[in-house]
Each structure stands twice: as structure tokens, then as C-alpha cells.
Design a binder for this molecule. Structure first.
Ligand SMILES: [Zn+2]
Ligand SMILES: [Zn+2]
Length: 117
């Protein structure tokens, strides 16, 4: 085999690789999905779909970027929220910030309430 024909082969391989990538990209189209959390429409871009496919993710994203980022930062921020128990006035540790209109209970009172129902 001459050097020239080797180079020719390498060149052909390169072209083949490139075409394959282009074909794979063609399979993805931007899609509009609805966020599970806030109900807003968001775009699941072709690039993201490709990324998901590469990672082997089967499920489509359920949330828009805003909600995903919010979720991520709330996961990082694991400090429990301290509130006052509506039943015994003790300390109630919550994994989330309570809504003002809802009474919160410490884990003991919460367990009692649940048992009494
Ligand atoms: Zn959202
Ligand atoms: Zn309590």
C-alpha cells in the first residue's frame, strides 16, 4: 500500500464519520414541552435531546429550566426550615418553607394527627 492510498482511505473515513454525525443530528427537532411545575411551555431543543440521548436518558425533561434550576438550588440548600408547631408551640423542622395560611406541626404532633385520622 502506498502512502498516497493510505491518506486517501483516512480521508474517506473522515467523510464517513462526518456524514454519520449529520444524520444523527437530523433526527432531533426542537420540541415544545409543558412544565409540570409551573405549566409554562418550554423548548426541549434538538441539542438537549441529543445530550439526553447520549447520556441514555429515556425520559424527557418534566420541568422548564427555571423550575429545574430552582429545584437544583433547593436540593443544595438542605437546611431545614424552622417553624413553630401549631399544636404544642415547639420547634417544627420542615424540609420546605411553609405557606403562611397552613398550620405546621412538629414531627411528633404531625404523627399524632396522622394516627388520629
Ligand atoms: Zn416551570
Ligand atoms: Zn408539636
Amino acid at each position: 500500500m502506498t502512502l498516497e492510498s493510505q491518506q486517501e482511505q483516512v480521508h474517506l473515513l473522515d467523510v464517513g464519520q462526518k456524514n454519520q454525525n449529520e444524520v444523527e443530528k437530523m433526527q432531533f427537532d426542537d420540541r415544545t414541552l409543558q412544565c409540570k411545575d409551573c405549566g409554562a411551555d418550554f423548548v426541549f431543543t434538538a441539542g438537549e435531546q441529543e445530550f439526553y440521548a447520549e447520556k441514555g436518558f429515556v425520559n424527557e425533561p418534566q420541568r422548564c429550566k427555571v423550575c429545574r434550576d430552582a429545584k437544583k438550588s433547593s436540593m443544595r440548600n438542605r437546611e431545614p426550615f424552622i417553624a413553630v408547631c401549631a399544636e404544642c408551640g415547639g420547634e417544627a423542622k420542615l424540609p420546605f418553607k411553609p405557606r403562611d395560611e397552613r398550620p405546621v406541626y412538629c414531627s411528633e404532633c404531625f404523627a399524632n394527627k396522622r394516627d388520629s385520622v
